[in-house]
Structures are given as C-alpha cells and as structure tokens.
Design a protein around this ligand. Structure first.
Ligand code: NAP
Length: 636
C-alpha cells in the first residue's frame, strides 16, 4: 500500500476518517500499543459513529498522530512492524469497540475482518493430494450467486475441479435477478461483502443493486471462475448413484436440450429467496393491465401518470414504493400486516471520496472498519431478538431491549407520519419488533402521507380486469399491478427433484416445504455428498448472509478435504446427529421473537415452526462450522 497524497491532501482527507477504526490501524502500522492507553476508548453505536464520541481534543490528537505516521510511512522513514500477536489484536479490538470483546470472538474477528492477513480463510490442504487424485474428483455447484462464487473461490484455491450450473444468463444470483427501482442492500456494504475481497470503492454505505452485481461478477473474474460457469443451464434433478457414489445431475440447457452431468459432490447454492411467490388471489390472471412480480420487474412498463397497485409491504416494496410514488397518478398499497421499519442515518448516504481513499490507502484501516461494523451490527444486537420469559408486557414486546427498540421505532414512525392517527393505526404493527425481517425505512412512511397514496388494509377479495376488489366491496381501479409478495422461502432447493440413497426424495423428506431440516443447515442424512448453502435454518438473526455463506463454505471444504485426503467416496450425515441437532435447534428457536404468537411470516411454516432462521449467534454458527467432526458422518 502506498500513500499517494501530499501533506495538505492527507491532512484534509483524515478529517473524514472513522476514528475508532483509524487509531487501531495506526497502532498496527507503528506497532506502538502504548497509543491505546493515551486515548479513552470511543463509544460506538450501530455502524460506529465516525467520531466515536471522542473528546474534541482526542479527535484532533488522533488525526494529528495519524498524519505524522502516514507521512512517515509515505516517505518510507518507517518499516512496517511485525504482525501483532493475538493478545495485541484483542487489546486493539477492545479499544475500537469501546468495550471488552469476549476472548472467544478474537479469532473470529481476526478472520472476518482479515485483520492480520488478507485471506485467513484461504483453503489449505493438510496432505496435498496428487493431481491424479484431484482429477478424479469433481464438484458441481448449483447457482452462481454470492454462495456459489464463494464456494468456487475455495475450490479454485484447492485445485479441485468443479463446474457451476447457473440457470440465468449471467452470474449474480439475487442481485442479478432483482432489478426493481432503488434496490439496494440493507446491511452495511463494507460488511456485506466477502471477507477475502474487501471493496474500498463502494459508492454507498448501502449500495445499489448494479454495484453488487458488478462486485460478484468482478470476484468471479478475478478468481478465474467464469470459465467454469455454464450459463443458461438449469439443474432439473439430481439422483445419487450408490454404485459410483456420484450424483447424476440432469440439466436443461438454453433451448431446452437436456444432458446428464456427474459429480462426486453437489453444492446447492440456489438461495433461499429465489422462487417468486404469486399470491393465491381469485381473478389474478384476469387483470388486463401489466402485472408482474417485484423480482421480475418489467422495465418497459410505463408508470408515469398511471394508477398503480402494489400488493405486499415487505423489504422489496419498502424500497421501490417511494420511487414509484414520484411518477404515478395514484398509488394504492394493499397491506396484509404492517412491518416494522426503522431509521438508519447512513442508509442513503454516499461514501465520500475521502472515506474511500482512506479505505484504499491507509494500511489496516479497512479491516478495522469492517471489524467495527461486525462488532456493532451482529451479535451485540442479539438480545433484542430473544424472548425474556419474565417480561411483563409480552403482547407488545419480548423483553427490555426489544421494548426500547419498539419505543424508538414508534416515536420515529409517529414523527414520519406527522401524527396522522389513521395511518399510525395501520402502520404500527400489533406484534413485537423484529418478529418479521427488520426493514430500513427508505422514505416509506413519508410516502404514505402523500395525497395520491393510499394504504389499504382491508383484505383482498379478488382481482378483476380493472383492479382490485377488497372485502369491503370497494373496487380500486388500477392500470398496473405489482406483486411484492415475496418468495417460496421454505421450499429449499425446490423445484429441483433430488433423490438420495434408497430412493429418498428430498422434497418428500421436507414435507414439500413444510419441514425442511438439515444438520447445520448443510447436510441431510441419506443424501451423501450433498451440501446446502443458505439451507434450512441458516438465515442469520442479524448480520450478513455472506458471513453465513463463508462459514458454510469453510465447513463444506473441510468435508471435501477429508474425503479427498482420506480416500472416502461418500460422506453421509448420521441420522442421530442430524436429529439431535434439530432438537437443540427447535428448543432455541422457541426462545426467539419469531415464535411470538402474534407473528407470522415466511420464517414460519404452517404450524409456526421457524424453518428459515438460525437461532444462534454469529459466533456460535462460526464455531459449529469451523471444521467438520467426521464422527458425525458415515464415511464410505
Ligand atoms: P416478503 O418480505 O415476504 O413480503 C411479502 C409481502 O407480501 C408481505 O407484506 C406479505 O404480507 C405480502 N403478501 C404475501 N402474500 C400475500 C397475499 N396473498 N395477499 C396479500 N399480501 C400478501 O417479500 P419481499 O419484500 O420480497 O422480501 C423478501 C426477503 O428478501 C426479505 O425479507 C429480505 O430477506 C430479502 N430482501 C432483501 C432486500 C435487501 O437487502 N435490500 C430487499 C428486498 C428483499 P404479510 O406480511 O402479511 O405476510
């Protein structure tokens, strides 16, 4: 890393620095750990306040110190010090977080934020296999989104041959398929990205869809993955062949031709929120105007001056509704249940040129900034989701932290709605916050107050040629109807037909989406050498899905390493291990807000069981997936 700036530019740029991240970076660059004692630790909120609420004297002093150190580094007066020890990194974490970071988090944070080396999760063999052994093993990955590309990066590093089958005509997964207006990530981007591919150039703290798609594509190119991707190739079915311990995978190519591919291991990286769910509403097909699902946005449809209806008020609608409202003549939103949305000051903020410069050029700064986001935005928020059995007001919240969250959210919503009683009664949910997927307000509430926007909470009776009729008999005339009704989240791996040992059919085992279960969300008894990414119960409580995908990749690579190094042809999860895990899982899920009696969302199956989410902290899942215990498996 070089510092391409003159003194004046450097000093000016440092004005934009996130100080809780800057000081540890400077400490790491100088090796002077005494600096941590010179300044009181910051007090950091979610995403870490840029000044860390440090005293103005300390702010000035940290910037001045950073200026001198970086100037010397630029002018090569100082040689980089040796890597800090784990204890020293822990000390730096404590300062950066402004609190004591439990010691078990230290190795995790070193990995997740790449604090000591660029790619600590890089795949390594314990006993390098011969090229003949490697050539005899082939992995097939289904899906070229964040998950599939992550697995492919590690397979590349291992030198294990693999193919990715991608049904679309491009990589990117959800970030390719979804393209509705103002789609952006709602998890901080410098954390919602691969740990091994930091991107100092995000234009926004929550960047838009095109940038995410380009990021995935760029990672695939950089790691040489494109040559292994077969586009327009949809996996239709996969059958496990006992005699060869291989999967026979039927794929459909562009134009409809089919082919059978074989693989020793199959990695499903098809995502959880991929197959659109169309609502079962009478007359839906009779609507005469354009009508489409939010994840299949029809960009040639004109909205200007049109009467537009939107069914659904989840994360997708939250993002595109405010934009639609700008041009339509009338916007009618059909809400079945209100969702909680809160405010994040950085949500629509661009990243300044200076901040990006610092991320790119100041050694270790990106890592410390990522650590800060991870620390403040993940497990620290966990208690808000956890039911306090002694909580007195269990109808409206589930415990003190959740109740405080509720009060803040209600105050915010009230303010945004200008105290409009009718809208407030429609917009403040009757269930505890975080019961459904938390949303970030994208101008939703302000949009609802606009003259030409209606929020309809009566149920939908039917759709007619001309609009939507609600249960009160009112017909809402529409020119365009957008279905923001979500996805078949519980139907993991559907509609693929997967058949394992002894004719076991995966969708039957999973009761057609009602009861999907896997060990660690990854492996399933009787389906040897099949690995799921973002499988059952792996949606994180809070934090980034990419973190979970990296954990799963580490685990899967551990399984493949064990198979190849030890000459095993099959690895099949023991039923008792799977079942015991799921008993523990269910017990923990009962303690989470998603099981509150008033909550129903795509997280739950018909009986209310949570089928999508993991109940554990990010730390716990990382710990469980660091390396496979081979005793959990039948090895063949
Ligand atoms: P969603 O959260 O499942 O919301 C679907 C909406 O449609 C809900 O309001 C639901 O009402 C309503 N609905 C479903 N069927 C209906 C019916 N038959 N009649 C009336 N209303 C119906 O779907 P989404 O908004 O597409 O989001 C899905 C997930 O994708 C999110 O939770 C998130 O994980 C991810 N996502 C992420 C981002 C991001 O990071 N930027 C953006 C978009 C989506 P109920 O609430 O009553 O069920």
């Amino acid at each position: 890393m070089t510092i391409p700036a003159d003194d004046a530019t450097l000093a000016e740029t440092l004005e934009s620095a996130n100080l809780p991240a800057l000081l540890p970076a400077i400490v790491q660059l100088t090796g002077d750990f005494g600096l941590l004692k010179r300044f009181s630790p910051p007090s950091v909120g979610m995403m870490g306040a840029v000044d860390g609420n440090l005293s103005s004297e300390d702010q000035v002093a940290i910037r001045a110190l950073a200026f001198e150190v970086l100037k010397a580094y630029r002018d090569k007066e100082a040689a980089p010090p040796p890597l800090p020890t784990t204890e020293q990194l822990h000390e730096m974490m404590n300062w950066c977080a402004g609190e004591s970071v439990p010691s078990e988090y230290v190795p995790l944070a070193i990995e997740e934020a790449a604090l000591a080396e660029p790619d600590p999760r890089r795949f390594q063999w314990e006993q390098s296999p011969s090229s003949a052994v490697l050539e005899d093993f082939h992995v097939l990955i289904i899906g070229a989104g964040f998950g599939g590309i992550c697995a492919a990066v590690r397979l590349e590093q291992a030198g294990i041959p693999y193919t990715i089958c991608e049904k679309n005509d491009s990589v990117g997964g959800t970030w390719y398929e979804n393209s509705y207006p103002d789609l952006r990530v709602d998890v901080p981007n410098h954390f919602y990205s691969y740990s091994f591919e930091p991107n100092p150039d995000w234009s926004n703290f929550f960047s838009r869809r095109d940038e995410l798609e380009a990021y995935i594509d760029g990672c695939a190119r950089k790691h040489g993955i494109h040559r292994r991707v077969q586009l327009n190739t949809e996996v239709i079915e996969a059958n496990y062949d006992e005699s060869s311990s291989q999967w026979r995978v039927r794929v459909r190519r562009e134009g409809g031709g089919e082919e059978i591919l074989t693989a020793n291991a199959l990695i499903s990286a098809v995502g959880m929120l991929n197959r659109p769910q169309f609502p079962a509403i009478d007359g839906l097909d009779s609507f005469q105007g354009p009508s489409f699902h939010s994840s299949r946005w029809e960009h040639d449809v004109q909205f200007d001056g049109k009467r537009v209806g939107v069914i659904g008020t989840g994360a997708s609608a939250m993002q595109f509704v405010p934009v639609l409202a700008e041009s339509v003549s009338r916007l009618t939103i059909f809400q079945r249940a209100a969702h909680w949305a809160s405010f994040n000051a950085s949500y629509r903020r661009t990243v300044s040129r200076e901040f990006r410069w610092l991320l790119r050029h100041v050694p270790y700064y990106h890592g410390w900034y990522r650590f800060l986001l991870f620390w403040t935005g993940a497990d620290r928020v966990y208690p808000v989701f956890r039911i306090d059995p002694d909580w007195h007001d269990s109808d409206r919240s589930i415990g003190p932290a959740n109740d405080a969250f509720r009060s803040a959210a209600v105050a915010y919503i009230t303010d945004q709605l200008g105290g409009d009683e009718d809208l407030m009664s429609k917009c403040i949910p009757d269930y505890p916050p975080l019961g459904k997927r938390p949303l970030l307000d994208n101008g939703w509430y302000r949009t609802l107050t606009r003259e030409h926007v209606d929020l309809v909470t009566d149920g939908i009776r039917e759709v007619t040629a001309n609009g939507v009729v609600t249960t009160d008999g009112v017909e809402h005339p529409l020119d365009v109807l957008v279905l923001a009704t979500g996805f078949h989240a519980g139907k993991f791996l559907w509609p693929m037909q997967i058949t394992g040992r002894d004719g076991a059919v995966l969708q039957e085992r999973w009761e057609e989406g009602e009861n999907p279960r896997a060990y660690l969300g990854i492996t399933i008894p009787d389906f040897p050498n099949l690995f799921c990414m973002y499988g059952p119960n792996t949606n994180p409580v809070v934090g980034s899905v990419i973190y979970m995908l990296e954990c799963q990749t580490t685990y899967i690579m551990g399984c493949l390493r064990a198979m190849i190094e030890n000459g095993h042809r099959s690895l099949d999860c023991r039923k008792e291990v799977h079942d015991e895990y799921n008993v523990r899982l269910d017990a923990e899920l009962e303690k989470m807000v998603w099981r509150h009696p008033r909550v129903r969302s795509y997280y739950n199956n018909r009986e209310g069981r949570v089928i999508t989410n993991v109940p554990w902290k990010m730390y716990d899942y990382w710990d469980m997936t660091r390396s496979p215990d081979l005793a959990d498996y039948h090895l063949g």
